[in-house]
Write a protein of this length. Structure first.
Length: 136
């Protein structure tokens, strides 16, 4: 039977240690851990791959960099866009809901395209002075 880690009684009364995952990690010794050396090697190789690809010109590199500079604005606007797009599809074209690939493609395009269009519109309108407040 595995031995468990003993913790001071006042520490175990904390609501944070009522979570099953934390209890599992605290009450089982390392030989039952789910993380292996392969997981650590994979994480290290993934991080090192960024150094390897820093000198290679990847296709669409500038477009991805442009999206990266606008990512916070996309993040702020995409949630209501997805909500209202899904509701519009539900009310006006419910047959699309049975075709999940099409439905997800529409949501993906709307979730990225509408925030970018809104950001471009605000950037070219008289509200340009509020652009940094609205989209970061």
């Amino acid at each position: 039977m595995p031995t468990s880690i003993t913790i001071a009684p006042s520490f175990t009364q904390s609501p944070f240690f009522k979570i099953p995952l934390i209890n599992y990690q605290l009450n089982h010794p390392p030989e039952y851990a789910q993380e292996t050396i392969i997981d650590n090697l994979y994480a290290a190789m993934f991080l090192l791959s960024f150094l390897a690809f820093s000198e290679i010109n990847l296709p669409l590199r500038n477009e991805v960099a442009l999206l990266g500079s606008k990512s916070y604005g996309i993040y702020l606007v995409h949630s209501p866009v997805l909500e209202y797009t899904a509701r519009i599809i539900y009310h006006f074209a419910p047959f699309i809901l049975s075709m999940q690939i099409l439905f997800q493609a529409i949501l993906w395009i709307a979730g990225l395209g509408i925030p970018l269009l809104l950001m471009a519109f605000v950037d070219r309108s008289p509200f340009r002075r509020f652009y940094s407040y609205l989209f970061g």
